[in-house]
Design a protein around this ligand. Structure first.
Ligand SMILES: Cc1ncc(COP(=O)(O)O)c(C=O)c1O
Length: 374
């Protein structure tokens, strides 16, 4: 019986074809394929007067987005503790302090009222996460940000392709970051991007992503290096290469198929698990959600038993997340009331979810979970 992994990227012959083509070009670094990937991201999100800067990871996207937003030493940035540590590390990379906020019981997104309690004179930005692809209370976040003049840098890492009332996440508002890491809905093996509102901020991001070098785009998008350039700011090596972008291009061409197949699996799971009073299924019908993971909530005292039961059936599970305020490096970070986070992190269990997941895998997961509670 095959083991069912939590994640399984969909890598077809089309990926290999795109990769071989990119290798053939003779320019492996950032170039025309990076630009093509950025253009395809913009098209897919339906961007109007918004601009995409591709990066080598989602974490570096957050980092340069924060720097471009002017975040630095002495500033504070609010984000949920119920989040991947990439956000907290990105904030600290800028020299600012991360302030951890609680989440809501329903969509497990930031609790805007509690975030409001954490705002002070040093607060400069807020990073809401759309957990598992489910939109958080973005309208509430934007209102809070407007009241206190905060930048909003959305962590859209789990939500590439999710929409709110028909509008794709990333297509409006302030700044939004995405990840194309190995397990995301689409992957460029590692990769990410920042979406911003102005050409000036795009230019700043382009400088930050490549050592502060001016002309990183105009020349490098032509698959060649500029020998005359100026260095205009601080900068990192955070650019996305043609090779990685070629994989991203092959994947984004199939994103509708990937999302539809994942939505079908999530609907099947929720339909089967909703019958059990002990279980809490994700707070969505998945129609507008591009599901990155399927996160079920299980009574704390039954979670370990369920994990072992599923392991016996060769079904892997995951836990998203260990709350960041519990990690030793962040023990001294300012932190609000965490009553929901502290409860939820003992209940969440990530079940296998793949693009074009095998039907027999889906049914084995359904049987595995339901047989434990029956
Ligand atoms: C919520 C969240 N934020 C940020 C990141 C960082 O993205 P990357 O792995 O592309 O650096 C991840 C990656 O898993 C994530 O899940």
């Amino acid at each position: 019986m095959d083991r069912i992994p939590v994640f399984q990227p969909h890598i077809g012959p089309d990926v290999v074809e795109h990769l071989l083509e990119a290798l053939d070009v003779g320019w492996l670094g950032m170039g025309a394929t990076t630009q093509e990937f950025e253009e395809r991201i913009a098209d897919y999100l339906g961007l109007e007067k918004r601009f995409v800067c591709a990066t080598n990871t989602g974490t570096s996207a957050l980092h340069i987005a924060l720097r471009a937003a002017g975040i630095g030493p002495g500033d504070q940035v609010i984000t949920p503790s119920f989040n991947y540590v990439a956000d907290h590390q990105a904030v600290r990379m800028t020299g600012a302090e991360v302030v951890m906020c609680d989440v809501r019981e329903d969509n497990l997104g930031i609790d805007v009222a509690k975030a409001g309690d954490l705002v002070n004179e040093a607060t400069k930005a807020i990073i809401p996460l759309h957990f598992a692809g489910l939109p958080c209370d973005l309208a509430g976040v934007r209102t809070l940000a407007a009241e206190h003049d905060l930048r909003v840098i959305e962590d859209g890492m789990h939500a590439f392709g999710s929409s709110i009332a028909g509008e794709k996440i990333g297509s409006s508002g302030d700044v939004c970051c995405f990840s194309f890491d190995p397990v995301k809905i689409i992957t460029s093996i590692d990769g990410g991007c920042v979406v911003v509102n102005s050409e000036a901020e795009l230019t700043r991001l382009q400088h930050l992503r490549l050592l502060g070098v001016d002309r990183d785009t105009t020349e490098r998008y032509k698959n060649r290096r500029a020998w005359e350039y100026d260095v205009v700011s601080e900068g990192y090596r955070n650019h996305l290469t043609n090779i990685m972008a070629s994989i991203g291009v092959s994947q984004i061409k199939r994103i509708d198929e990937f999302i539809a197949s994942r939505q079908a699996v999530c609907k099947r799971y929720s339909e089967a698990f909703a019958e059990f009073d002990q279980l809490t299924v994700p707070y969505t019908d998945f129609d507008e959600v591009s599901p990155f993971i399927y996160s079920l909530r299980v009574p704390h005292d039954q979670r370990e038993g369920l994990i072992a039961h599923l392991q016996d059936k060769r079904i892997d599970t995951g836990i998203h997340f260990v709350p960041v305020h519990k990690h030793s490096y962040f023990a001294d970070a300012p932190c609000g009331d965490m009553s929901v986070t502290d409860k939820v992190v003992q209940e969440v269990l990530t079940l296998p979810l793949h693009s074009n997941m095998r039907e027999d895998f889906v049914e084995r997961v359904v049987d595995g979970v339901t047989s434990y509670f029956q």
